[in-house]
Design a protein around this ligand. Structure first.
Ligand code: ZN
Length: 114
């Protein structure tokens, strides 16, 4: 019993220490380059939304993020599905015709086996 109580106290002390450490907000450095090739590094809070561009410190031009992950651009180009490729070759009317042909064959086969 006594040991368990002691352990509990120690855990509490540890978590209190961690809370104090997080008072220093985590930071990240984001690099931007302007059209003239100047590099501007901006320290931002880790949880801050990173702007895609920043004013160049050297010439004032619009500098763009260097290591930009651009999920928005990726989303704009969805991968083509088999269905998309099929529609490039066939119209819906074509497909309905093919489907009806297939269904007719299947129905004929089912009639034979029944
Ligand atoms: Zn510049």
């Amino acid at each position: 019993m006594g040991e368990r109580a002691l352990r509990g106290t120690r855990l509490g002390a540890t978590s209190y220490e961690n809370d104090r450490n997080t008072d220093l907000a985590p930071r990240q450095e984001v690099s931007y380059t302007c059209p003239k090739g100047h590099r501007t590094t901006v320290p931002l809070a880790a949880e801050a939304e990173i702007p895609a561009s920043w004013e160049c410190r050297h010439c004032g031009a619009t500098a763009l993020r260097v290591d930009a992950e651009q999920p928005q651009q990726k989303k704009a180009k969805p991968p083509r599905t088999h269905w998309d490729m099929l529609l490039e070759r066939r119209t819906i009317e074509d497909l309905e015709e093919v489907l009806n042909e297939r269904l007719a064959i299947l129905r004929a086969q089912r009639r034979k086996s029944a």
